[in-house]
Design a protein around this ligand. Structure first.
Ligand code: DOR
Ligand code: ZN
Length: 428
């Protein structure tokens, strides 16, 4: 169906567009972007006083299929994604079985094709069963369609294995997404090490567990010249190391997540297990450093690390609870809160971090509203407020610390490949 998006404020940094335009969608592609397109009987969407952005691209989510369909499925994850403005989601391989072979990559593509909602791109594992011991068939994963490789959830602790993985990944032009955690420092840890952990009597995770591995990855990029993307940066030391490496011309990229710039370790003070994440929430100083890193370009991407967990894994003692929080439905509002405060320039920064940069890093050909591109877009009322209500969460899991928060920025429409997935805030 042809759709005419009328009169919206288009923010499309890839094409240097930031102003009022009409967008015509024909056969799933953007066919025209012009000041005034005549309505010749198209299905029109009135976007006046709203913003029109490229569909968001999440390069780090856990969709739990196959294996933990009680927590999330490709279907529920797609609906949560669309509600949050995401038209493309990359799913991490810590599934059961893990995405460590061609068969599971093909399974995800085949199942998602049946759904026909958003674009889902599998990320393959670096090592078999994500055990950090034996490399996967990286070329086979790439041929099957893996868009990156990662053992996310686990670090690749053995530096020699990581070096070899990087050399293979480079041959196949794949990015390795590194979960930076020195496991010998984090064993048994539950939250950020420091004053709050001491008050609560919980075992801490030192910040250096992250930055030591960030430092290692920088040196491995210097050695191999392979493509490394650092996942979920949470500390000011990591930001500092990456900033210095980039200044030196070492080509690596990194992401943070909304919770690392909107929450601190103090959110754990009431033992709220929805605030138990890995890496852990840090301090006010870290939050400021992350925001600075986003603004000055040190941090390329805001990813969700959407990590759904069932109630029985969260409604228990803090020590026993699983790490992770959901994030697809709140990411854009939290990014606006953290970065933009609805200034137009700020929204363009949000589009870069949440759509254009992740797409460029992984070579997905998304993140733009240029003519001839896939018609993936969202319409946003950036000033309108909403409250996150538990019952209205579309993800199968409800482990969000933002329940009850008043957030700014309502997503009204989402179109993916020319199909309307969300209309007036409701999933179709
Ligand atoms: O908090 C987290 N949850 N961190 C990870 O690294 C893994 C993720 C998960 O899969 O639940
Ligand atoms: Zn993750």
């Amino acid at each position: 169906m042809n759709i005419l998006v009328k009169g919206g404020h288009v923010v499309d940094p890839a094409n240097n567009r930031d102003g009022i335009f009409d967008i015509l969608i024909e056969k799933g592609k953007i066919s025209r972007v012009e000041k005034d397109i005549k309505d010749e009987g198209y299905k029109a969407i009135d976007a006046r006083d709203k913003f029109v952005l490229p569909g968001l691209v999440d390069m780090h989510a856990h969709l739990r299929e196959p294996g933990r369909e009680d927590e999330e499925t490709l279907l529920s994850g797609s609906q949560a994604a669309a509600k949050g403005g995401f038209t493309s989601v990359c799913c991490m391989p810590n599934t059961t079985p893990p995405i460590d072979n061609q068969g599971v990559v093909e399974y995800i593509y085949a199942e998602n094709k049946k759904l026909g909602l958003i674009n889902i791109y599998p990320i393959g594992a670096v090592t078999r069963n994500r055990e950090g011991k034996e490399l996967t068939e990286i070329g086979e994963l790439k041929r099957a369609g893996a868009v990156a490789i990662s053992d996310d959830g686990n670090p690749v602790m053995d530096t020699e294995i990581m070096r070899r993985a990087l050399e293979y990944a480079k041959m196949f032009n794949l990015t390795i997404i590194s979960h930076c955690e020195d496991a010998s420092l984090t064993s048994g840890g539950l939250m950020n090490e420091g004053y709050t952990a001491a008050v609560l009597g919980l075992k801490g995770i030192p910040r250096q567990a992250e930055s030591i591995m960030v430092g290692r990855e920088i040196e491995l990029v210097r050695l191999t010249k392979a493509k490394v993307h650092i996942a979920h940066v949470s500390t000011k030391e990591s930001v500092g190391l990456i900033r210095r490496a980039k200044k030196e011309g070492i080509g690596l990229t990194c992401e943070t997540c909304p919770h690392y710039f909107t929450l601190t370790e103090e959110a754990v003070l009431d033992y709220n297990t929805n605030c138990k994440v890995n890496p852990p929430l840090r301090t006010k100083e870290d939050v400021e450093a992350i925001k600075e890193g986003l603004k000055d370009g040190t941090i390329d991407v805001i990813a969700t690390d959407h990590a759904p967990h069932a109630d029985f894994e969260k409604d228990i003692e803090f020590e026993q609870a699983s790490f992770g929080m959901i994030g697809l439905e709140t990411a854009l509002s939290l990014a606006i809160k953290g970065l933009a405060e609805t200034k137009t320039g700020g929204l363009s920064l949000v589009v870069e971090k949440m759509s254009l940069n992740p797409s460029r890093i992984l070579g997905l050909n998304k993140g733009t509203l240029g003519m001839g591109e896939d018609a993936d877009l969202l319409i946003l009322d950036p000033k309108k407020e909403w409250i996150l209500e538990r019952e209205k969460i579309l993800s199968k899991s409800r482990n969000s610390p933002y329940i009850g928060w008043t957030l700014r920025g309502v997503i009204l429409n989402v179109v993916c490949g020319g199909r309307a997935l969300l209309t007036n805030g409701k999933i179709n």
